[in-house]
Design a protein around this ligand. Structure first.
Ligand SMILES: C[S@@+](CC[C@H](N)C(=O)[O-])C[C@H]1O[C@@H](n2cnc3c(N)ncnc32)[C@H](O)[C@@H]1O
Length: 278
């Protein structure tokens, strides 16, 4: 996907993403904590958050770095960043600023950030290698990068099955290896190789399963339809009748994950970190 298409896709999803961000944040919270810890983010650190979305992990980082530190939230969608600014203000945090742009195009060489983070973004970038090179230039020698991505379709039925249904209805195929997609960096060795080829050292990785509990399958469907930009994009160019049929089948599939106590699913995430060599 080209960057202009990605910008449009995420501008469209931004209101939905902001609406569901608290749900997503509590869902992936253990992976967020691991990402911040692996990136060595502590008091006084200067942090760059790539593909920040509405910024829940930006705010977590801002609380960790405290008044002596600073977090720059960056995203391709300025509407997302407006939410970051509003949320930081509402939380009383004045150590957050924003920077609009594709991660691949950021020119922050010599800024000497202590850490770069990117939660659930890198796998969607058109050129993740270019983004990692830009992040490396933005880091001080010895600075750390930590990211969270989905692993594989096998470990992520909640994410994979709806995507398969939408693709089938739209007559499309999953992105081939090497192209952006929700699972593009999750297979064993892929992310590690990308880090190493982008000039990073000391790659560390953890796989984590994070449970998602919601009131009902209908609520899970609503979140997916409103907030998940990559899912919306698969059917957004299709006739209304195709979109309706596709989402109806997704709803049926999600109902299979509902029980008397509510909707229950999980995601398998890979948290990976690496260092800019001195
Ligand atoms: C799945 S959301 C994750 C948002 C946030 N990191 C979180 O975990 O809540 C993906 C984000 O990536 C952003 N994005 C997509 N392509 C991008 C690119 N090339 N450069 C920067 N941001 C991008 C989108 O605008 C969106 O906010």
């Amino acid at each position: 996907m080209q960057k202009n298409d990605a910008r449009k896709q995420w501008e469209g999803a931004a209101p939905g993403w902001a609406k569901w961000e608290a749900t997503v944040a509590s869902w992936v919270e253990p992976a967020t904590t691991a990402m911040l810890t692996l990136a060595d983010i502590g008091s006084g650190a200067r942090v760059l958050d790539l593909a920040s979305g509405a910024g829940s992990q930006t705010l977590s980082a801002a609380r960790r770095v405290g008044a002596q530190g600073h977090v720059v939230a960056s995203d391709i969608s300025d509407t997302m960043l407006q939410h970051v600014r509003d949320n930081a203000r509402a939380a009383g945090l004045d150590n957050v600023s924003t920077l609009t742009g594709a991660a691949e195009d950021l020119d922050l060489g010599g800024q000497a950030f202590d850490a770069v983070i990117c939660r659930l973004g890198l796998m969607l970038f058109a050129e993740p290698d270019k983004a990692l090179a830009a992040a490396r230039a933005a880091l001080r020698p010895g600075g750390k990068i930590a990211v969270v991505v989905f692993t594989t379709p096998a470990g992520n039925a909640f994410m994979a099955k709806p995507m398969q249904i939408l693709l089938r209805h739209a007559g499309k195929t999953p992105p081939p290896a090497g192209k952006p997609g929700i699972f593009s960096l999750g297979a064993p060795g892929v992310l590690e190789r990308l880090f190493t080829e982008s000039g990073y050292a000391d790659v560390e990785q953890r796989t984590m399963t994070v449970p998602l509990r919601m009131a009902s399958a209908a609520q899970a469907l609503e979140m997916m339809r409103e907030a998940f930009g990559a899912y919306r994009a698969v059917v957004s160019d299709q006739p209304k009748s195709v979109q309706t049929a596709a989402w109806a089948e997704v709803e049926q599939m999600l109902k299979g994950m509902e029980s008397a106590t509510g909707f229950e699913a999980s995601a398998e995430l890979l948290v990976a970190a690496a260092t800019r060599p001195a």
